[in-house]
Design a protein around this ligand. Structure first.
Ligand code: MGP
Length: 176
């Protein structure tokens, strides 16, 4: 008996939405478009091979990959008490940006953190100084937030500092 191809795919624990931000409209959130969603390993790789890399986006654009139902905005219920671990890239090192983005996405969708329930999504901002962030819920849960930071420090192959910001403040809460 033939097994339907659908059954051969490897399911992810969560379904994830893929968002594109293009800075053309004055109202910030009107620039956000949910392009598609995926819930299997194979569907993620299919998207990865078809979509532009961060380094191929225009300056000012963002990608965001968030658990389905969480919008990539500070105001969302799951984000408003949260924050983000952020890596800033001082120069236009696009190869590094693409590699760190892939590694960060795989850590998130593969639920590779002890506190994976805290993870809301990941964002890459393509700028003169580009940024990659992993957004978490419960920014004041210092133990859980630090565990996530340590995991990122260990698995992302970059010397850059990691800074954790609550979405409500511009000063970093933790640095590693
Ligand atoms: P940004 O795109 O995160 O960083 O935020 P950028 O472009 O590097 O600029 P900088 O401010 O970090 O130097 C740019 C601006 O977009 C913010 O200052 C806000 O005005 C707006 N903005 C960004 N986010 C993620 C949000 C959000 O979640 N909600 C709202 N209302 N505005 C946001």
């Amino acid at each position: 008996m033939l097994i339907p191809a659908e059954n051969l795919k490897h399911p992810l624990l969560n379904e994830w939405s893929f968002w594109l931000f293009t800075n053309t409209k004055k109202v910030w959130d009107e620039n956000l478009v949910e392009l598609t969603s995926f819930n299997t390993v194979e569907d993620y790789w299919c998207l990865y091979h078809h979509m532009k890399l961060p380094s191929e986006l225009s300056m000012g654009q963002d990608y965001a990959i968030f658990k389905k139902g969480i919008t990539p905005m500070w105001e969302h219920e799951r984000n408003k008490r949260g924050g983000r671990w952020q890596i800033m890239f001082n120069e236009l090192k696009f190869k590094t940006l693409d590699n760190v983005w892939l590694d960060t996405v795989l850590l998130a969708i593969g639920e590779n953190f002890l506190n994976s329930d805290l993870i809301c999504g990941v964002v890459v901002n393509v700028r003169q100084k580009s940024k990659i962030s992993i957004w978490t819920d419960r920014g004041n849960d210092s133990k859980a937030v630090m565990d996530i930071g340590r995991k990122l420090r260990k698995h992302l192959n970059v010397p850059n500092k990691l800074r954790y910001y609550l979405h409500t403040t511009s000063n970093s809460l933790y640095i590693m």
